[in-house]
Design a protein. Structure first.
Length: 291
């Protein structure tokens, strides 16, 4: 039986920059803050980590330095997806070699692979490594929604641990849970759906929100794991205005602005992402003042 890569909240960590370069000192500070708050899994170089703007060398250095800093106290999940299967294979093998504990692999973007192509892609990546692989379904960015029947086939592969589901279709969670064995984990890919997904048997969330509020995000997820859905739902409702603002412009534009407001300057996003608009920055200041 497969063991979940993590349960509860996992932070999709921002990539800090200083003068346009990765700020490894700030990276360690962010990791320390997450672990001190009770977060014991992070995704590095995912969507929130601006993976499309990072070189492979930068990604591998981030994975290696993060693992060396956290040791066994934090599960390092490396974002190694690509629209090229061969590139994903190469980066996934290299991430495993530098110490990553697991991989987050986004479905191939732009190419618009068929169901057969998606199955072949994930099968190839999983076969190239020995660590767990989490599929990442985010059709709003990739242009393709992984079908439930593909999940059912992927669930048979020993080191495909489950899926970060960010399709915003709550009924799809039902279908995944019905079609796949119980040890195929489902994690919410949307902070707005943490409690609904977990109410249907999800194991937790890969979160943007927890960059800012790791204690509260973990408390929400843990309450849901414990079956205390009154507490979990109350937190979900309380945090909805902030969550909405974090996705008012393309992620990670708002969360990086929010980090700076909290005194954690992680630098600007790399182009083509631009700074948060003045209107949304004003709203963000107001909401954060209420937290």
């Amino acid at each position: 039986m497969k063991k979940p890569v993590f349960t509860g909240a996992c932070t999709a960590l921002v990539t800090p920059f200083s003068n346009g370069k990765v700020d490894y000192s700030m990276l360690r500070k962010l990791l320390h803050r997450q672990m001190a708050a009770g977060i014991h899994a992070v995704v590095l170089c995912g969507t929130t980590g601006e993976a499309p703007t990072l070189t492979d060398e930068e990604k591998l250095t981030i994975f290696q330095q993060a693992k060396e800093f956290t040791g066994d106290d934090c599960t390092i999940i490396a974002g190694t997806g690509s629209n090229s299967t061969q590139h994903a294979l190469t980066l996934s093998r290299a991430a495993e070699e530098v110490g990553a504990d697991a991989l987050l692999v986004v479905s191939p973007y732009y190419n618009k692979a068929t169901a057969e192509g998606l199955l072949a892609h994930y099968t190839a990546v999983a076969g190239a490594v020995h660590i767990p692989v989490i599929a990442y379904n985010v059709p709003g960015r990739t242009g393709v929604d992984i079908p439930v029947e593909v999940y059912a086939q992927l669930a048979e592969i020993p080191n495909i641990a489950g899926v970060k589901e960010a399709s915003s279709d709550i009924t799809k969670i039902n279908r995944i849970r019905a079609a796949c064995p119980g040890d195929f984990s489902v994690w919410s890919g949307n902070d707005s759906m943490i409690v609904p997904v977990m109410a249907l048997g999800g194991q937790g969330v890969i979160s943007v929100l927890s960059n800012l509020l790791p204690v509260e995000t973990q408390a929400m997820a843990q309450a849901a794991l414990d079956g205390d859905f009154d507490t979990a739902a109350a937190l979900q409702i309380q945090l909805t205005p902030l969550i909405d603002l974090l996705f008012s412009e393309p992620n990670p534009i708002p969360v990086k602005a929010a980090m700076e407001l909290l005194g954690l300057d992680c630098g600007s996003c790399r182009m083509p992402l631009t700074p948060l608009s003045s209107g949304n920055l004003k709203k963000l200041k107001q909401v954060l003042s209420l937290q």
